[in-house]
Design a protein around this ligand. Structure first.
Ligand code: ADP
Ligand code: MG
Length: 261
């Protein structure tokens, strides 16, 4: 027990100046964790908070591309720690800055988990109100390592309205309950497709499922975000919508989510 405690204290030392750690997770890949994590982080900045984002998706880092920093490499002022890479006011770190070939894709779980703990503990995070963790999909090694070694304040579960995404979102909620990480609520992404030409709304992934999910698990539906080409294009350009279009309805939704968090 003492060794475990010591290990925890040691592990936590690197995130001392961080007040809240928020995990943005999902059971499934491709539902919009990274999009939500990045825009939420930027919305928290717009609300006046000091924010960082750690790309915890070791096998599929997307944060550098979404922030337009994919060509940058962290420097080490003291030879052992990394200075975070700054983008749009956000302090960031990602395996994507360090490993630029495809070798990370074949790491076994323990190595991936170790890399994540190093990114967390060996980055010189400034004083932060929120450190957002952009999680990999699923409920495996990395999620468990995090839950056991990192004082996660709360988790958001991102899902689309599709049944197969909701089934996996449910598993995510159950996992966090098991490891005693509070679930702050569910974000329904791609809730409604809005046609950029005609403005027509279409529930192409279905509707109502996320509401049922939060009722069943006694949590909250924090946001319903539309599927819109602008959101995707802005992320691909490296300037997310919250920064590129601060006055847009999309940004208002992310700021509402930031308020709820
Ligand atoms: P995840 O992190 O869950 O794997 P991403 O955030 O990378 O998912 O999203 C997958 C792709 O879908 C990305 O190309 C992203 O730009 C796009 N995307 C995500 N959410 C939306 C949305 N609401 N509207 C349009 N495109 C979106
Ligand atoms: Mg992702």
């Amino acid at each position: 027990h003492d060794i475990a405690t010591l290990k925890r204290v040691k592990n936590h030392a690197g995130v001392n100046g961080v007040k809240n750690i928020i995990a943005v997770s999902s059971g499934k890949g491709g539902v919009g964790k990274s999009s939500t994590a990045v825009n939420l982080a930027l919305a928290l900045i717009a609300e006046g908070a000091r924010v960082g984002i750690l790309d915890a998706d070791i096998y599929g880092p997307s944060v550098p591309n979404m922030l337009g920093t994919e060509d940058q490499r962290p420097t080490s002022p003291d030879g052992t720690h990394m200075a975070p890479i700054m983008a749009h006011g956000l302090a960031t770190n990602s395996i994507g800055y360090l490993v630029t070939d495809d070798n990370a894709m074949v790491w076994r779980g323990p190595m991936a988990s170790k890399a994540l703990m190093q990114l967390l503990n060996e980055t010189l995070w400034p004083e932060l109100d929120y450190l957002i963790l952009d999680m990999p999909p699923g409920t495996g090694d990395i999620q468990l390592t995090l839950a056991q070694n990192v004082p996660v304040t709360g988790a958001l579960v991102v899902t689309t309205p599709q049944d197969i995404a909701l089934i996996d979102a449910r598993k995510g909620i159950v996992m966090f309950e098991k490891v005693h990480v509070p679930v702050l609520g569910v974000v329904e992404n791609m809730s409604m497709h809005i046609c950029s030409n005609c403005g027509h709304h279409e529930a192409i992934f279905g509707s109502g499922g996320a509401q049922q999910l939060v009722e069943r698990y006694n949590t909250r539906l924090l946001s319903q975000l539309p599927l819109h080409i602008t959101l995707r294009e802005d992320l691909d350009s490296g300037v997310p919508t919250v920064v590129r279009r601060p006055e847009s309805d999309f940004t208002a939704l992310y700021r509402q989510l930031a308020g709820a968090v």
